[in-house]
Design a binder for this molecule. Structure first.
Ligand SMILES: Nc1ncnc2c1ncn2[C@@H]1O[C@H](COP(=O)(O)OP(=O)(O)OP(=O)(O)O)[C@@H](O)[C@H]1O
Length: 236
């Protein structure tokens, strides 16, 4: 995926506006894990929403395999684009409480119209991958936060999307559980050869990516993370 000069301007009342994204440029290689790190309000969620086809940019382009993707928020294009390419994981899991773990995970396949045999097999396989085979019949509220995020990850991965977009996926978890989830995300990425864009404000999380804020050089990234980690240690 290549992002070129992506801009997003939100218009407010009167002539007021906010430029949430100003000319964002980066390239995401196949199988690469990149982290976008920034403080609250720096436009991280906006970027993921646009990359995921949930919102359209004010200007700029996104290319997948060299092909420019079309009208971002126009149906049925946006739904097709998401179904084909994208998996999403959010901070608050966004699971449907009225459905069981298995039903939550299989939802994307049901919506896609897969056969019930395929749905059953794929659901078992993906629950096994995230270590939740025993919990298929449970409802989400019976699980811990970390387990609920595993369910959300399984739901995002069940269609084998080329790109996983993660918006503060550990923002609601303690540090031990955060580490487990980040390691799981990294492990499944390697198994499925996925690319990941993860956004966070947490420098500890940022240490998991191949690159942070990808328009920086590797050396700048290292200095950046070290400085941020130093700040975190000093604060806590
Ligand atoms: N729908 C909207 N309408 C108007 N302004 C918006 C809208 N969504 C976001 N913004 C503004 O755009 C800027 C970037 O917001 P965004 O949510 O992308 O930041 P963020 O980095 O994800 O922040 P956080 O970490 O707090 O979630 C903010 O100034 C925000 O107020």
């Amino acid at each position: 995926m290549e992002v070129k000069k992506l801009k997003k301007r939100y218009y407010k009342k009167g002539d007021n506006y906010v430029d949430a994204l100003k000319e964002v440029d980066f390239r995401l290689e196949e199988g690469e894990f990149i982290i976008i790190m920034g403080s609250s309000g720096s436009g991280k969620s906006t970027l993921l929403q646009i990359l995921g086809g949930l919102d359209s940019p004010t200007a700029g382009d996104i290319f997948i395999n060299g092909e420019k993707i079309g009208e971002f928020n126009e149906e049925p294009f946006a739904t097709e684009y998401r179904k084909k390419n994208i998996g999403f994981v959010f901070q608050f899991y966004n699971l449907i409480q009225a459905l069981s773990v298995g039903e939550n995970v299989s939802l994307p396949l049901i919506l896609r119209g897969d056969s019930s045999k395929d749905i059953k097999n794929m659901t078992k396989e993906i629950l096994n991958l995230v270590g939740l085979s025993e919990r298929e019949k449970h409802i989400p509220s019976e699980l811990s936060g970390g387990q609920q995020q595993r369910v959300a990850l399984a739901r995002a991965l069940i269609t084998s999307p080329a790109i996983l977009l993660a918006d503060e996926p550990t923002g609601n978890l303690d540090s031990k559980t955060s580490t487990e989830i980040l390691e799981l995300i990294d492990e499944t990425r390697k198994k499925l050869n996925q690319s990941i864009v993860l956004v966070t404000h947490d420098p500890r999380v940022a240490t998991y990516g191949d690159r942070v804020n990808p328009n920086m050089t590797r050396e700048e990234n290292t200095i950046f993370i070290m400085r941020k980690l130093h700040e975190v240690i000093k604060e806590s």
